[in-house]
Design a binder for this molecule. Structure first.
Ligand code: RB5
Length: 144
């Protein structure tokens, strides 16, 4: 299933590195911008990525800004999005196993490139545990 990737100017360089890595390992990637390090507003790019997911064109999203915070706030405003701002292996694994996150947010000014690439691989390889966590995730559902 395709992965949508988006960033603001703070995350542009890391977005490009993650996209290259994903393509190298054979993943289908939809890049909705931003296209350069020129300043943009992260909510605009979060919205483009969310649209790819809610339409069903992409299963997963990876959103990058300076901290990961703005992107996660913006993406989580949509009822179908569970965006997790992860900064280490533990939070990355838990975001999938317990929260069934469908969007990974990363801070390009928080993580170095290799850490971020490693967290992306880990996140994509980690399954939702289900069980009692499904009940909790069901309670997150907001009206559309
Ligand atoms: C842009 O300078 C910065 O505010 C943005 O990348 C992000 O960190 C916001 O949450």
């Amino acid at each position: 299933m395709s992965i949508v990737i988006a960033a603001d100017h703070g995350g542009f360089e890391l977005k490009e590195a993650i996209k290259r890595r994903l393509l190298e390992v054979g993943r289908a990637v939809v890049d909705v911008g931003c296209p350069s390090e020129a300043a943009v507003d992260y909510p605009d790019y979060a919205a483009l990525a969310v649209a790819e997911i809610v339409s069903g064109r992409c299963r997963w999203g990876i959103l990058i800004c300076g901290t990961g915070i703005g992107m996660s706030i913006a993406a989580n405003r949509h009822a179908d999005i569970r965006a997790a701002n992860c900064h280490n292996e533990y939070t990355t694994i838990m975001s999938r196993e317990h929260n069934d996150a469908n969007v990974l947010c990363l801070g390009a000014r928080v993580l170095d490139r290799d850490e971020a690439l490693s967290l992306v691989s880990l996140w994509l390889a980690t399954d939702f545990t289900g069980g009692r966590h499904q009940r909790r995730v069901d309670k997150l559902t907001l009206p559309h």
